[in-house]
Design a protein around this ligand. Structure first.
Ligand code: PMP
Length: 327
């Protein structure tokens, strides 16, 4: 198969059965490998869709300058997409960005604006958003992608991987387990799969310290999963259950995943596995459970796969009570 450009290679990801990690024949656990997208993560889908739909509607023109606040996978995906569309892209990042991601953004030709001042919550979110708003005012033809509120974020997953799942697996899925941050993946995939199976149970995975489904903001180390504010896109009434995991449980599951299945995945894939382990004892036998692995392990060599980091989150795990899941 010859593709027109790297942009046409986004999507059509494979799904694998996790037979070694879940060896008992009682359930089928499937994982769609979104990590195999060309930009390295599931965020290729919303980045491409948000930019191309904006172009179709005339909101993004050849003169537009794309701006977004992201230190992670979305920024890298946008940098790749914008480069191919010859659109300038500015990523607003904070000092917590990993050296690898900073380098990747440079390699894909992004402009990088790094905020330095912490906000009143001792984080960088508010400073980053203020900086985006200032840049939008100052930059000619600026367009703010705004992934937390842009409906093309969830639609990219609805028309993207969810459609692929319907075409390859059909209505045969009982439980959908999805790690959430902007909640675009969760909302988009759940909405499409519920159309084919109204009895589908939608399970959100959130990380301890995130406020997506209530609770207090707390320390958390893994990027990609969780949020320190509730996104406009999230409609919690469409979620049947929230399972909480912490950094340690996620990292441990990542390590088990690579050991058992030779799948070298990022932190939120471990979060999904840890959540499925908590879920399985409570669901009917022979259920089909589907999750998505959002990114690869390479961007987590200094976190999940680093022994000192692992020991640090393990200590924190052992010294704090675990969070109850919300049903
Ligand atoms: N996992 C990883 C590694 C991610 O980068 C993201 C996006 N931040 C997610 C999960 C969650 O996706 P969403 O923003 O669609 O909720």
């Amino acid at each position: 198969m010859i593709y027109d450009s790297i942009l046409s290679c986004v999507g059509n990801t494979p799904t694998v059965k996790l037979k070694k990690l879940f060896p008992l024949q009682e359930h089928t656990v499937l994982a769609k490998l979104e990590m195999l997208n060309p930009g390295g993560s599931i965020k290729d889908r919303p980045a491409k869709f948000m930019v191309e739909q904006g172009m179709k509607r005339g909101e993004i023109t050849p003169y537009s300058h794309i701006i977004e606040s992201s230190s992670g996978n979305l920024a890298i995906a946008l940098a790749m997409i914008c480069q191919q569309h010859s659109l300038p892209f500015t990523a607003v990042v904070d000092p917590k960005i990993s050296p690898t991601n900073l380098k990747l953004l440079e390699i894909y030709g992004a402009n990088i604006v790094q905020v330095t001042k912490k906000d009143e919550n001792n984080g960088y979110l508010a400073t980053r958003i203020d900086t985006v708003k200032r840049l939008v005012k100052e930059t000619p033809n600026a367009v703010w992608i705004n992934q937390y509120a842009n409906p093309d974020n969830w639609r990219s997953h609805y028309y993207g991987e969810a459609e692929e799942i319907v075409n390859s697996i059909g209505s045969n899925i009982d439980y959908l387990v999805v790690g959430a941050s902007t909640s675009g993946t969760l909302m988009g995939v759940a909405r499409r799969l519920k159309e084919t199976n109204p009895n589908l149970k939608v399970i959100a995975v959130d990380i301890k310290g995130s406020v997506l489904f209530g609770g207090h903001s707390g320390p958390r180390e893994l990027p990609g999963i969780g949020a320190s504010r509730v996104p406009e896109l999230l409609d919690a009434s469409e979620v049947d259950e929230v399972i909480y995991v912490d950094d340690y449980e996620s990292a441990l599951a990542c390590r088990q995943l690579v050991k058992e299945e030779s799948i070298f995945a990022g932190g939120s894939s471990g979060s999904a596995i840890a959540a499925i382990k908590k879920l399985l004892p409570h669901i009917p036998k022979h259920s089909v459970v589907l999750t998505l692995f959002a990114d690869r392990g390479d961007r987590y060599l200094d976190l999940v796969y680093d022994q000192a980091w692992f020991d640090m989150v393990k200590q924190r795990h052992l010294s704090t009570p675990s969070l109850q899941s919300i049903v």
